[in-house]
Design a protein around this ligand. Structure first.
Ligand code: GDP
Length: 169
């Protein structure tokens, strides 16, 4: 089976672990231990177009690294990245943009998705303008609003990413 390493990046508390639990177990739990260093999970994505499944090896990293993650061995061999922010905390969106730029610099041309998480929260309503701006600056197809809590947007993001990885290989 085609296997691809995918980095999960983003500040602490934006929902990286919750997104992976939603993707893999279709569950949401209120509380997770914060990831120390790195946790590696594997998930097979079955594309809707009937093509072969792809194994994503998902590296859930400790958000404390910031953009210095790109200077560590954790990112070696990454095919793609899922870069996450919490839409109710603007500073995490700024950090997400920095991480996108860092990823593009370190891995030119490799696919990524920028996920604006927690759109289920009422505070997310005020951020529609900022989301539109971001979508414009990063390229619309790379940005998606999601919720690990309700599940909206999660599975699709990983399927689309897997399809993009396959097209580029
Ligand atoms: P990580 O540090 O990026 O891995 O973030 P976690 O997955 O540990 O999530 C941090 C907190 O945000 C936890 O209390 C989660 O329950 C909560 N959380 C994560 N995703 C969502 C979401 O989509 N909606 C809401 N309302 N809370 C979320």
């Amino acid at each position: 089976m085609l296997t691809a390493k995918v980095m999960l990046l983003g500040d602490m508390g934006v929902g990286k672990t919750s997104i992976l639990y939603r993707l893999i177990y279709n569950r949401f739990e209120g509380q997770y231990k914060s990831t120390l260093g790195v946790e590696i999970l594997s998930h097979d994505v079955v594309p809707a177009d009937g093509s072969d499944p792809m194994r994503l090896v998902l590296w859930d990293t400790d958000g404390d690294f910031g953009t210095q993650i790109f200077d560590t061995v954790y990112v070696t061999g990454a095919s793609a990245a899922i870069i996450v922010s919490d839409v109710t905390r603007p500073q995490t969106v700024t950090r997400m943009v920095e991480l996108v730029r860092g990823f593009e610099e370190r891995f030119p041309g490799r696919p990524y998705r920028a996920l604006l998480n927690k759109i289920d929260l009422p505070e997310a309503v005020g951020s529609a303008g900022a989301i539109a701006e971001l979508a414009k600056s990063l390229g619309k197809s790379s940005v998606k609003s999601v919720s690990a809590k309700t599940g909206v947007g999660i599975a699709e993001s990983f399927v689309e990413l897997a399809q993009t990885i396959r097209r580029r290989q």
